[in-house]
Design a protein. Structure first.
Length: 261
């Protein structure tokens, strides 16, 4: 692989997506930053440019809108050439008891987390097939490997992402360009999503933010939250030359929380 490979990242404006963008840019990838809001994407692009890297913001990119997805990917290819690395990171994780999970919440979570991964991957795949050693990495969750209460829609969507990863890995294993497809499954990670979860816990239980954060950290045997940079490090390895035989895997980054997957 060459250092100038094009990486397309959804959900790139904050959290794990931002950390992955900064990491891959530091390794020489040209980065397409896709998301719905322009400002955070432009801030990440500016940070990459300030460090001597190449990045372009692709705003108004809603992973649930097939037309926006196709247009955004076409724009990215026009700017940086064919996509060698696709990172599906856009996602939402609202919390509600199963009996209070209405159709609107269910459909939105499935649409963003699972259908969005499908739409982006399907639109980018013809480009990826034109590049030697293409890589697809789906950011799933430990919720794609085990169940958690009060996030049934999220668990269902992330289990779907893991299943999609495995099926697509087998379909693409014998492609001439040797594309790999893997999932990375973080545990509770210090991102805006976890901040939202903490706010929900505080509102529903009366705990302090510190108590809520500590309760989440206790799910990790190491007693801490995962950092976005740790997830980005795992992604960096999966898109490297040395991971060419790794495909169809769901790798937990969770301090030992999940021992199977």
């Amino acid at each position: 692989m060459t250092a100038s490979r094009h990486a397309f990242i959804t959900g790139a404006g904050s959290g794990i997506g931002k950390a992955i963008a900064l990491r891959l840019a530091s390794e020489g990838h040209a980065i397409s930053l896709a998301g719905r809001r322009a400002q955070p994407l432009q801030e990440v692009a500016a940070a990459i440019a300030a460090s001597g890297g190449q990045a372009a913001a692709i705003a108004d990119f809603d992973v649930t809108d097939a037309a926006q997805v196709k247009a955004g990917i076409a724009k990215a290819i026009e700017r940086f050439g064919d996509i060698a690395v696709l990172i599906n990171c856009a996602g939402e994780a609202p919390s509600a008891a199963f009996e209070k999970t209405d159709n609107a919440m269910w459909n939105r979570v499935i649409a963003i987390n699972l259908t969005g991964t499908f739409l982006v991957t399907q639109a980018a795949l013809p480009s990826i097939k034109r590049v030697a050693g293409g890589r697809i990495v789906n950011i799933a969750s430990t919720a794609g490997l085990v169940g958690y209460p009060y996030v049934s829609a999220y668990c269902a969507s992330k289990h779907g992402v893991v299943g999609l990863t495995r099926a697509l890995a087998l379909e693409l294993a014998q492609t001439q360009t040797k594309i790999t497809v893997n999932a990375v499954c973080p545990g509770f990670t210090q991102t805006p999503l976890i901040d939202n979860a903490i706010a929900t816990i505080v509102a529903k239980t009366g705990r302090t933010p510190e108590q809520a954060r500590a309760s989440l950290a206790r799910s990790n045997p190491q007693g801490r939250l995962v950092t976005p940079e740790e997830v980005a490090h795992t992604v960096s390895w999966l898109v490297s030359d040395g991971a060419g035989s790794i495909t169809g895997q769901s790798i937990a980054v969770a301090g030992g929380e999940v021992m199977a997957g």
